[in-house]
Design a protein. Structure first.
Lengths: 337, 597
């Protein structure tokens, strides 16, 4: 039975080694905390690694002591009654002070990191307001006078000041490779600050349980070079595309206008619904439905026809559109780059 | 049958607690298995709906904490504490019966929600609570949770709180006042000590959750706005109140298991507990510190750097008394003659697994490090190393240890070893990979995850592990059942224990001790340097012993509470009043019940 116990420690050791490998190769893990790409998440990863090694050391020492005791002092036939030791004061003091000392080495970097990650960006940071909705994300750039939905675009190397709140229940903004998490709470404003250090697409999702489709409240962050970011900003500032006369998109605009869409969605100059995300530039997005599906004709088709079957609890009811109308609306939405 | 319904015997109530709680443990486990089955595949899993999944994890947490682990501890408190302190029963036997019936009815009320849908006009059978066992505001408001689900949860927890509080006061009075002559506080067995500390936590922590639930009830039933920002309230207030209860609750769950381990290790290594007073005081320190750490559940809510620092610091401090306990347990084994019974294996398993849970705890005591961990599977791994690797393994150790005392029959040691090893393999396979799923970006409480996250393999391991635990638990269930057909041949002291519960026959007679013993040492049944073992008690009581008869009133009074709750659920005031009348009449008749029956 002791061989078994040793075997389990071996398993745990192998898994610990695996952890180290994961830190090295995390390309295929888009939400791994081991591949930080911002000052914020790098700070957190460093702190964790420091504590992790202390934990490994303590684990090895204490579990070894336990195993040694079990092997050495197993009952033997004919052995004398053990000495009734009641305690040992010096030992007690020793093993009270030892963990206290280790904790100092953990507490000091912790306190330093708490103040370093308190969420205040330097002067001149780009401000982004994040507003959580069941179950999608709204981003406002007050200084750029634009908004975005589910997909956040950020310039690389620029300090970002994120201010978050919720329109309904609690949510939590978490993009593991860039930072977080911080809760979005109605009536409060929470802050994080970070500076992304490389361009790319980063995955995130809501981390605070927020109802039926909590699992489906995902998001993407696109960290871009200044010029690409500027192009995106210009695109968002522009008025939504007007479809060419007699094109399928033009027919789609008419369907959009006369159907339930306008009750909930905004398209500048066309509709002013406030319940769902703004669709003025929906054709330019990589994903739909809270970064749940890639933005393709097929997924748009399924989404419009029966959103609740794809995202439980969603407010958008199934749309009873004829096949022609559906194709037209999709053509229109895709034209809104 | 009648004698069980009206019983006020702490031993019978202990067995009632045990079987009821074990039943709920199986239900909670079944919920966990459905959860794990759903997560075996990414992108939709096995087709459990989001709504059902949310109900399952809410009920899994609520059931395991309130209906399985706490009452399993209570089963041992009931059965063992009076025996360990040399008493004939608890201080208030009828109140004790009342606690049990309230617990049973509260548990049934909560679980009735799984089939109550049609009564509320829902299109589904199940309207079980679905806002998480922590029930964060403002998701629990009428606006965001319009159905009866959250009502079931808050009313059910209110009922269960009454059971816990009544039992808490009962055991405190019992332990302080009913000790045998010579049983000084620092001669109390460790299990009784940890139980005492636990009950102080119960009577101080449960009022906090009661207040929070009353406020939530007002928000939901009467349109107040305590937790609703739209009306000037604050959802964070709920989190503070909940965790002010919720963190002491963690120690309510773990301290009894620590007490069990502190009994089992000395018996099976034939050595007194190393550093008895230090282990007692570290338990007291853990309880005090346990009150000062609640906001470490809230590091991501933006408390500000000062509060984060304070709560990170206090949380780290808890590692010290916990570490001290672990070292003392190893010190107990050291130099002993260790007999590898199933009970000892589980106690050692407790230490080995609890260390892992404690160490991962330190990684999220560090507030910034916790930001990447909170609300992910990493935390799910942590709590299961603490509550399964800790509490459940500790309780199993207690079951193998005390089962012969409670029934006079031995559990099979060979089945026990299979149970132990399968449980150990299963739990490590289930919970260790969760560290990775979490750090690789898998949040908790999600019914589906995209394949692209790369965590499917880890989830499959977890699912296999969970089902191994399920198999192990069924083996244990069989082991329990088969003792019914075993000969009742357990001697008074089968393991050579040192404490008073081993001084009388197994199971003990209804009056426990033929003569109340006089205690002269911490280890009354052992030969120590200064004390000879206690003289054996006479086989027959020298004079007849009065034993109080049973009473119907505890059960009837308890019955009124779910009636009140059903009335509140249905918004029918007459039913609420009828339930209240049952409670009032029950208490009145209880109070004026003739002393002799």
């Amino acid at each position: 039975m002791l061989r078994g116990a040793i075997y389990f420690d071996a398993v745990r050791f192998v898994l610990a080694v695996l952890l180290l490998f994961l830190t090295a190769c995390s390309g295929q893990f888009p939400q791994s905390v081991f591949a930080p790409r911002s000052d914020f998440s790098t700070e957190l990863a460093g702190l964790f690694k420091g504590i992790f090694w202390w934990a490994v050391a303590v684990f090895v020492i204490v579990e070894s002591l336990l195993l040694i005791a079990l092997v050495r002092y197993r009952a033997r036939r004919g052995a004398a009654q053990p000495k009734p030791v009641h305690g040992h004061t010096a030992l007690e003091i020793g093993w009270t002070l030892a963990p206290a000392l280790i904790l100092v080495f953990i507490a000091v970097p912790t306190m330093r990191a708490i103040f370093a990650t308190a969420g205040h960006a330097p002067e001149g940071a780009l401000r982004v307001e994040v507003i959580g909705h069941q179950w999608w994300w709204e981003y406002r750039y007050p200084t750029l006078n634009i908004s975005a939905y589910n997909e956040l675009h950020l310039p690389v190397g620029t300090p970002i000041q994120v201010e978050m709140t919720s329109a309904d229940v609690n949510h939590s903004f978490w993009v593991p490779r860039l930072g977080g998490k911080r809760d979005l709470i109605q009536g409060r404003t929470n802050r994080i600050a970070f500076r992304a250090d490389s361009t790319g697409e980063y995955w995130g999702q809501c981390a605070e349980f927020c109802g039926a489709s909590h699992a489906n409240m995902r998001l993407r962050v696109f960290v871009q070079s200044d010029s690409v970011f500027q192009r995106w900003v210009d695109q968002q500032r522009a008025a939504p595309a007007t479809p060419a006369k007699d094109s399928p998109a033009e027919a789609g605009l008419q369907v959009f206008r006369r159907s339930a869409c306008i009750g909930c969605h905004t398209i500048a100059g066309v509709a002013q619904g406030k319940i769902g995300p703004d669709l003025s530039h929906v054709g330019g997005r990589a994903t739909i439905a809270g970064a749940l599906f890639p933005n393709t004709t097929e997924t748009l088709h399924r989404w419009i026809m029966n959103a609740p079957s794809l995202k439980p609890g969603v407010l958008m009811p199934p749309q009873n559109l004829s096949p022609q109308d559906l194709d037209a609306v999709i053509a229109y939405l895709q034209s809104l780059k | 049958m009648k004698s069980w319904l009206t019983t006020t015997d702490h031993k019978r109530i202990g067995l009632l607690y045990f079987w009821t709680a074990f039943g709920f443990f199986l239900i909670g486990g079944l919920e966990a298995l459905i959860i794990r089955a759903q997560l075996v595949r990414p992108d939709g899993g096995l087709g459990v709906s989001a709504e059902m999944f949310n109900q399952l994890f809410t009920m899994h947490g609520t059931t395991m904490i309130f209906l399985a682990l706490m009452p399993l501890s209570a089963a041992f408190f009931n059965y063992i504490i009076p025996l360990q302190i040399g008493a004939r029963d608890v201080a208030f036997p009828r109140l004790n019966a009342f606690s049990y019936w309230v617990f049973l009815l509260g548990g049934l009320f909560l679980n009735a929600s799984f089939i109550a849908g049609p009564l509320f006009g829902a299109d589904r059978l199940s309207v079980a609570p679905d806002a998480g066992w922590f029930g964060y505001a403002n998701l629990t408001s009428r606006q965001f949770s319009p159905g009866p689900n959250v009502d079931f949860w808050l009313l059910g927890l209110q009922i269960l709180g009454i059971a816990s509080l009544a039992a808490g006061f009962n055991f405190i009075v019992t332990i302080l006042n009913m000790r045998a002559p010579g049983m000084r506080m620092l001669r109390l067995p460790l299990f009784t000590w940890m139980a005492l500390i636990t009950q102080f936590l119960v009577i101080t922590a449960f009022p906090v959750i009661t207040v929070a639930l009353v406020l939530l009830m007002f928000d939901r039933f009467f349109g107040t706005h305590f937790f609703l920002p739209a009306g000037g309230g604050d959802p964070i207030l709920w989190q503070h109140l909940f965790w002010m209860f919720g963190h002491p609750e963690v120690y309510i769950l773990i301290l009894p298991a620590m007490g069990i381990v502190s009994e089992v290790l000395p018996t099976f290594s034939k050595k007194p507990l190393f550093g008895y007073t230090v282990v007692v005081y570290s338990g007291v320190v853990i309880a005090f510190l346990g009150w000062s750490v609640w906001s470490h559940h809230m590091f991501s809510t933006g408390l500000g750097p000062i509060a984060d620092s304070v709560f990170a610091g206090t949380t780290m401090l808890i590692a010290i008394p916990t570490g001290v306990k672990i070292f003392n347990w190893i010190g107990t084994l050291w130099g002993g003659q260790i007999r590898f019974t199933t009970s000892l294996l589980f106690a050692v398993g407790f230490i080995a697994m609890f260390i892992i849970g404690g160490l991962s705890g330190v990684t999220h005591a560090s507030a910034p490090s916790d930001l990447q961990q909170t609300d992910t599977y990493y935390v799910v791994a942590h709590i299961h190393y603490v509550l399964f690797g800790g509490t459940v393994l500790g309780l199993f150790a207690g079951m193998y240890y005390w089962w012969p005392k409670m029934t006079g029959r031995f559990l099979s040691e060979s089945l026990g070893k299979v149970h132990f090893w399968l449980t150990m393999i299963g739990m490590n396979l289930a919970f260790f990979p969760m560290h990775f799923s979490g750090l690789l970006g898998m949040p908790r409480r999600i019914y589906t995850y995209p394949a692209e996250l790369g965590v499917a393999r880890f989830n499959q391991l977890s699912t296999i592990g969970a089902f191994l635990i399920g198999v192990a638990t069924l083996i244990f269930f069989w082991n329990l059942l088969r003792t019914r057909w075993q000969p009742a041949n357990a001697p008074a002291n089968p393991w050579g224990g040192a404490t008073l519960e081993w001084a009388m026959s197994s199971p003990p007679p209804v009056y426990n001790f033929t003569v109340i013993p006089t205690v002269a040492s911490r280890l009354p049944l052992w030969q120590t340097e200064r004390h000879a073992p206690m003289v054996a008690l006479p086989a027959e009581p020298p004079a007849p012993i009065h034993v109080p008869g049973g009473s119907w009133w505890p059960m009837i009074t308890a019955l009124g509470l779910p009636i009140i709750a059903i009335g509140a659920l249905a918004h029918l005031i007459p039913i609420v009043l009828a339930g209240a009348a049952v409670v009032i009449v029950g208490i009145y008749r209880w109070a004026y019940e003739p002393f002799e029956m």
